[in-house]
Design a protein around this ligand. Structure first.
Ligand code: OOB
Length: 572
């Protein structure tokens, strides 16, 4: 097991193997099996191209072989920021075969996040698209290379190529250069040779396969190490519960690197079932619905904010969405009123998914009655998922009452990567993960998410750590105190409101003389200068003389949340 990760205890691992949850499967080998079964069928497509199962398998080998020639090896960490392109699965499976560990960053992440990931994990490579959504990701690679001495390779899909003048990926002087990823994907090398190179030094099924990012409640995002066999189970069980089969056409509308579209059942579950994955360029209603119509999509996953946008865009009337059998909704609270509108407007079934990158997945089932699908967030995927609902004393609350959800199971991590101090708080001594979600359970075992004990803002499914924003804003010379809280938003669910106390005498204390005029635009400019992902920027600023505190002296965030909700309610 990689240093800095917390392994499952030996006897627990043994139990999961005995019970058949873990089958000693490596994700890279699974693709071989799927390719043997699927062959010439299309595995993945986008408006830019497609790959059959056989092509996906062979391309993953070429990527692995090319990366190995560049010097990458088992256990190396790779910051991975590809958007929803048709090459996404091939590059991921290439890394998985090599045993190199992608760290799944999201397209909106900028230098602040990427530099941290590269340094914290001592990544050796950065992989992204050259440009996407008008942004040049090469800049992030170059910046990360300055920040993280470990980072040797920047691979950009369709980007510049330092070696274009005749070199090959085999050339050792590729170190410290920018490489066009396309060259690895298309390298004319013998398939058997590529396969031998891909499989030369395979990882163990119990090894970490990749890192997902946690929404994070502390200053910086935590890395979530998922193993080959835990994720193989996550994917297979999810595909099963969602009834995926060879006629499934799954559209990736959310960022492919997020756990939900990646493996719940998502891309990997669709491939496991022999179906077809369609990469949508964006989740915007017009773009995504045109893809549903053109590709005869049968299932997709959205966050509630996007569902609302689809409904507002009159999805069902403007596009033929009759192929769509099921809409999975998760990542944030789905209001029952919204859930009820989906069937009539879009003509498909709804499945609520309450999941987390750390592991535990809850799904409403395909044959659940309407009141369960509309009114609950489903029940655990696995019979081996252990659920505790506890009060502030960590003792279970009486049946039917709300408390914090703790969980343990065959696909839930036992610790974050390189985070000993945080792990001591985020996990109980006997290995339960403290989800920070306040839930209630009905007699059927279905969970209802009632609130949150953790200090984060859930902006349409994108998680923002309040502490991270507070630390950033505290570094501003005009800011003395700050509290970031969630404010209600009709579509996104929540947005960030920053409450600030300014320094009394900016002039006298040596800070910039205009700092007492601090407004939202100035604050956002400040965060932009620090290259912080835009979704984390506060969308409202409130200036106070002092922050309210509780009787133990902590900032009273509940009071602030109530204050901003009341202001919005009152129209100010
Ligand atoms: C998914 O994963 P993350 O890691 O981005 O966020 C997890 C957190 C949960 O702890 C919970 O606070 C919230 O997001 N959440 C929900 C929810 N699904 C997630 N809150 C209310 N209702 C829901 N249905 O968000 C994620 C991972 C895999 C599948 C689906 C979602």
């Amino acid at each position: 097991m990689l240093q800095g990760c917390v392994p499952f205890p030996g006897e627990v691992a043994e139990r999961y193997r005995q019970a058949g949850y873990w089958r000693g499967e490596r994700l890279g080998d699974l693709l071989r099996r799927w390719a043997e079964a699927g062959g010439d069928r299309v595995a993945v497509s986008s408006r830019d191209g497609k790959m059959t199962y056989a092509e996906l398998d062979a391309t993953a080998d070429r990527v692995a072989a090319g990366l190995r020639r560049m010097g990458l090896a088992k256990g190396d960490r790779v910051v991975f920021q590809l958007p929803n392109v048709v090459e996404f699965p091939a590059v991921v499976f290439g890394l998985l075969r090599l045993g190199a560990l992608p760290i799944f960053a999201l397209p909106p992440h900028r230098e602040h996040e990427i530099n941290y990931l590269a340094s914290h994990a001592e990544a050796v490579a950065y992989i992204a698209s050259d440009t996407f959504g008008g942004f040049q990701y090469g800049e992030l690679g170059a910046a990360a290379r300055k920040e993280a001495p470990s980072l040797q390779h920047v691979l950009l899909l369709d980007g510049p190529d330092d070696e274009r003048s005749g070199g090959s990926p085999a050339s050792p002087n590729l170190h410290n250069s920018v490489v066009n990823l396309r060259r690895l994907l298309d390298e004319p090398i013998d398939p058997a040779e590529a396969r031998a190179a891909a499989d030369a030094d395979p990882p163990d099924a119990s090894d970490v396969a990749f890192f997902l990012l946690s929404g994070g409640t502390t200053g910086l995002p935590k890395l979530i190490p998922r193993t080959h066999e835990d994720y193989a189970y996550n994917v297979a069980a999810s595909a099963d519960v969602c009834g995926l089969n060879p006629s499934t056409v799954y559209m990736v509308a959310l960022p492919a690197a997020h756990n939900f579209p990646l493996g719940c059942p998502g891309i990997m579950g669709t491939l496991a079932a022999g179906g077809r994955v369609v990469m949508a360029p964006s989740p915007k209603p017009e773009d995504a619905m045109a893809v549903v119509e053109a590709e005869q999509v049968t299932i997709t996953a959205l966050v509630p904010a996007l569902v609302i946008r689809w409904l507002e865009a009159n999805a069902g009337e403007r596009f033929d969405l009759s192929s769509l059998e099921m809409l999975q909704v998760g990542g944030a609270r789905l209001a029952p009123e919204v859930a009820l509108r989906i069937g009539p407007a879009i003509g498909c079934k709804v499945q609520q998914v309450f999941g987390m990158a750390e592991g535990l997945l809850n799904y409403t089932r395909l044959d659940d009655p309407d009141e369960v699908v509309v009114g609950t967030q489903g029940r655990p995927l696995s019979p081996a998922d252990e659920i505790l609902i506890v009060g502030p004393d960590d003792q279970p609350v009486p049946d039917g009452e709300a408390g914090e959800l703790l969980t343990r199971g065959p696909y839930t991590i036992r610790g974050y990567y390189r985070a000993d101090a945080h792990n001591a708080k985020a996990f109980t001594a006997d290995g339960f993960y403290r989800t920070g979600d306040i839930v209630r359970r009905d007699e059927g075992g279905n969970l209802m998410v009632e609130g949150r004990a953790k200090d984060l803002i859930n902006r349409g499914g994108e998680k923002i750590s309040a502490e991270e924003i507070e630390n950033l804003l505290l570094a501003h010379p005009a800011v003395r105190e700050v509290a970031a809280v969630a404010m209600p938003h009709p579509v996104l669910g929540e947005q960030t409101c920053a409450y600030l106390v300014l320094r009394p005498d900016p002039g006298g204390s040596g800070v910039s003389p205009d700092s007492n005029t601090l407004d939202l635009a100035a604050l956002c400019a400040y965060l932009e200068e620090r290259r912080v992902a835009r979704f984390k920027w506060p969308e409202r600023l409130e200036i106070l003389d002092a922050l309210p505190v509780t009787n133990v002296g902590k900032v009273d965030k509940k009071k602030l949340r109530d204050d901003i909700a009341a202001k919005l309610e009152g129209g100010s």
